[in-house]
Design a protein. Structure first.
Length: 222
């Protein structure tokens, strides 16, 4: 039986390609991404990261071993606090730390928090995996292209060796925990992974369009 992450990689490659080709990533690569879209991204992503920290803490409390528990509680390579870093970037762009979650952000965070509250640690780690894994590949694809200092400050973490190691550890832990699961459980992990991968695509699209709730637009039109 192949490692679970190998199955996930094959199953998600079409969605993965759409993420890598998204206009947000394209504009970031060629330097044309507007500050308004990036500001909206950080307003939403700081909310997302805060939810992930909470979800990982919940998963740590149910972890089956010390290695998994400690991984769930880590702040990041070299003690990097990703939330504080992005809050500083948000402030530099004049964004709001208390911005209302957009539909895609709310859906994604509720997806992860529900799994963290109601299910096992391996399921949260599998559902969260698309985030660091795709950013690892996005970062590598942008390494030699970014010129804007703020873009560099944001993305260089994701193409670093430390981030590559972090992703390797994440995949290895999920593979170890999933190895002895019955096929039904492995299939559920894959479903959760693909839902999160769809949310990753939606998150970039949300930021590019500065997504708001449909009722907000209806009120403005009125």
């Amino acid at each position: 039986m192949p490692a679970w992450t190998q199955e996930a990689d094959v199953a998600g490659r079409t969605l993965w390609g759409r993420i890598m080709e998204h206009p947000f990533i394209r504009d970031l690569r060629d330097g044309s991404l507007g500050d308004q879209k990036l500001r909206f991204y950080f307003e939403q992503n700081t909310t997302y990261i805060d939810a992930v920290v909470r979800a990982r803490a919940l998963a740590a409390g149910k972890a089956p071993d010390i290695e998994t528990r400690d991984f769930c509680l880590e702040r990041g390579p070299s003690g990097k606090n990703e939330l504080e870093h992005q809050m500083r970037l948000l402030a530099a762009l004049g964004g709001r730390a208390d911005a209302e979650p957009a539909p895609a952000c709310l859906g994604y965070t509720r997806h992860l928090l529900t799994i963290a509250y109601s299910r096992d640690t391996v399921e949260l780690l599998a559902a969260f995996l698309p985030c660091p894994w795709t950013y690892d590949e996005i970062g590598s694809s942008l390494e030699k292209h970014l010129k804007n200092p703020l873009h560099l400050d944001w993305m260089q973490f994701y193409w670093s060796k430390e981030h590559h190691v972090l992703c390797d550890r994440h995949r290895a832990i999920v593979d170890r925990l999933a190895a002895d699961l019955p096929s039904r459980r492995r299939a559920q992990l894959l479903d959760d992974y693909l839902i999160s991968l769809r949310y990753e695509l939606r998150f970039w699209d949300m930021a590019y369009r500065c997504e708001r709730w449909p009722s907000d637009r209806w009120i403005e039109i009125r």
